[in-house]
Each structure stands twice: as structure tokens, then as C-alpha cells.
Design a protein around this ligand. Structure first.
Ligand SMILES: Nc1nc2c(ncn2[C@@H]2O[C@H](COP(=O)(O)OP(=O)(O)O)[C@@H](O)[C@H]2O)c(=O)[nH]1
Ligand SMILES: [Mg+2]
Length: 309
């Protein structure tokens, strides 16, 4: 059964891809077999992280890029990590409608992954979904995340190329710096360049880039202006994205970056497995038996930790 599913995924069948991602998200039977097989088939796609503050135009830009890429004959996968509002419990309707439209294009697969309060398992799920899309033959995978929390930055960093999207609003660049977005950007996109002050903010961002020491890859970070609602600046942006990928590949940096990402992922997986297997009923009971004497300071926590380990 899983074998058939895998075969259909590798032929690019949308429903099978969707099914596989659901199996991964919900930890359903077959998950391991799918992941193992897909991992070995992946590694060909160019993964692009698109991050930035809410409302900057990440979804609009994603749409423009998907259209341009499909026009050029490429197959594209999109993973959108939607902000889950605690009040509505869902992504913005406008985003969803736009996403559905491009999802109809041939060769395009779109998937939203909800944050569901905790981000813990999310970054694993997202990178696993990317492996499925990669194995299904997508040339490009776009990962849209809101750049606010550490885990969301981690998701963006599983990409080969990271776009940080900002808008010409006062304080935006400063906010982005505080949120750690400056550190992960390979390309800055100043979207909503139709608004006032775009040139000023672009200059500010350029100044900030120059103040920073060059990163290990010595890549020149550029600031590109776009107006995604008018489809302006998108071709130039794609050119820059492709230049970055070529640069990374030709200098052996892509291999290095992917190695670093995989090392991190393996650490995470081992930590998770150890934690889960360690806290079995026996160890939980031992903890409960000792908590009273620890709370009343008859026993110190450090000796207990050593003991239980
Ligand atoms: N004026 C202007 N508005 C834009 C532009 N790009 C996106 N928007 C609007 O900004 C809002 C947020 O865009 P969206 O793509 O959902 O942002 P996201 O939250 O970063 O994904 C939407 O109402 C868009 O129509 C642009 O280039 N110029
Ligand atoms: Mg969005």
C-alpha cells in the first residue's frame, strides 16, 4: 500500500503528496517508510525560505514567484506556515483564497501547515514535507514563515536561500534586526515599494548590511525592491535567487549549508527520541516517588538527576 503511494508521489500526483504529508503531520502508520524513501530521493530541489513580519507581502510574493516559475516550465511546491491566531484558530481567509488559486496551476502543490500553538514539532514536519515535495520532482520549494519566533527562523534556515521581506514602514528594519532576521537573510526584499519612503528604507538596510561582518560564505546581500500587487520586480528577484543558488553551488557552500542543516536535524531527532524513550512509566514513577523529599529539601535535585540517569 505504502509502496503504491510512494510510486504515485514520485510521479508527482498531487493527492498522493497531500496524503503523505497528512500521514507525517499526524504520525499515522507508514510514516517511517515514506520518510526513509523520500529522503533518499530528495536533495534536488532549490528550497527558498520566505520570511518577514506579518503583512509584509510574503504570500503575495510567493504567488508572483510561483506564477513566474510555472510560466518558465518549473514545478513548484509551497509550504505556508500560517500564523494561527488564538482567537480565530486559523489562517487569514485572503491568504487561503490566493493560495488556492495558484494551487490549481499544473505542477504546483500548496500546503498550509498550522502552528497549533506549539512550534516544537513543526520545524521537523516542515522539513519532512519539503523532502516529500523534493522527492515528488519539484524544482523549487517555497517555504513561507512569519519571522517572529526562534523556531520560525529555524524553519526559514532549512532553506538553501532565505528571503527576508520588509516594507517601507518606519521601524520595520529595526524590528527585523531585533527579531534576528538580519542574520538569516541571503536577499532582502523591500516589498510595497509603491509606498512612500521605499528608497530611504532600502538605503538604511544597505547601511546595516555594511556594518555587519561578512558571513562565512562571503555572499553579497542585496536589497531588491518589489511591488507584488503589481507583479513588479519579480523577474529581478528570481534572477537574484538563482544567482545565490549558483554561487552557493559553485563554491561548495551549498553542500556545507545542507550538511549543517542535516546535522542540526539529526541532533533534534536524537534528542526527541531519547526524551520520549527515557520518560517511560518506570522513570515517571521514580520521579513521583522522589518529588516529596526533593520539595522538602531532604534530597537535592542534582543528585536525583544523576541517580535516575
Ligand atoms: N501597496 C501594496 N500592498 C501590497 C503589496 N504586496 C502585498 N500587499 C498587500 O499587503 C497585504 C498583506 O499581504 P500578504 O501577502 O498577505 O502578507 P504576508 O502576511 O506577509 O503574507 C495584502 O492586503 C496585500 O494585498 C505591494 O507591493 N504594495
Ligand atoms: Mg502570508
Amino acid at each position: 500500500m505504502t509502496e503504491d503511494l510512494l510510486k504515485n508521489i514520485y510521479s508527482g500526483d498531487k493527492r498522493s503528496i497531500a496524503k503523505a504529508i497528512t500521514i507525517i503531520e499526524n504520525d499515522l502508520p507508514g510514516k517511517n517508510e515514506i520518510l526513509k524513501s523520500a529522503f533518499l530521493k530528495s536533495g534536488k530541489a532549490h528550497r527558498i525560505g520566505i520570511t518577514g513580519p506579518p503583512g509584509a507581502g510574503k504570500s503575495s510574493l510567493t504567488n508572483c514567484l510561483v506564477k513566474l516559475l510555472t510560466d518558465n516550465g518549473f514545478k513548484v511546491g509551497v509550504i505556508a506556515v500560517d500564523p494561527t491566531s488564538p482567537f480565530t484558530g486559523g489562517a487569514l481567509l485572503g491568504d487561503r483564497i490566493r493560495m488556492q488559486e495558484i494551487g490549481m496551476l499544473p505542477g504546483v502543490f500548496i500546503r498550509s501547515m498550522a502552528t497549533r500553538g506549539s512550534l516544537g514539532g513543526l520545524s521537523q514536519n516542515v522539513s519532512e514535507a519539503c523532502d516529500i515535495l523534493d522527492a515528488s520532482g519539484k524544482d523549487f520549494i517555497l517555504i513561507e514563515t512569519v519571522g517572529v519566533g526562534q523556531s520560525e527562523l529555524d524553519i526559514a534556515q532549512t532553506a538553501d536561500t532565505v528571503l527576508v521581506v520588509l516594507v517601507p514602514e518606519s521601524g520595520d528594519a529595526v524590528q527585523a534586526m531585533k527579531a534576528g532576521l538580519m542574520e538569516i537573510a541571503d536577499i532582502f526584499v523591500l516589498n510595497k515599494a509603491d509606498r512612500q519612503g521605499a528608497d530611504g528604507i532600502a538605503a538604511t538596510i544597505k547601511n546595516i548590511i555594511h556594518l555587519k561582518p561578512a558571513n562565512e560564505f562571503n555572499w553579497t546581500i542585496n536589497v531588491l525592491k518589489t511591488i507584488s500587487i503589481q507583479n513588479k520586480g519579480i523577474e529581478e528577484l528570481l534572477k537574484e535567487i538563482n544567482s545565490h543558488f549558483s554561487y552557493m553551488k559553485e563554491n561548495g557552500f551549498l553542500q556545507k549549508r545542507r550538511k549543517d542543516n542535516l546535522r542540526k536535524k539529526i541532533f533534534e531527532l536524537v534528542n526527541d527520541r531519547l526524551r520520549i524513550s527515557f520518560w517511560d512509566d518506570k522513570h515517571k514513577a521514580t520521579l513521583e516517588q522522589n518529588l516529596d523529599s526533593i520539595t522538602s529539601r531532604k534530597k537535592d535535585i542534582y543528585s536525583f538527576v544523576k541517580e535516575i540517569l
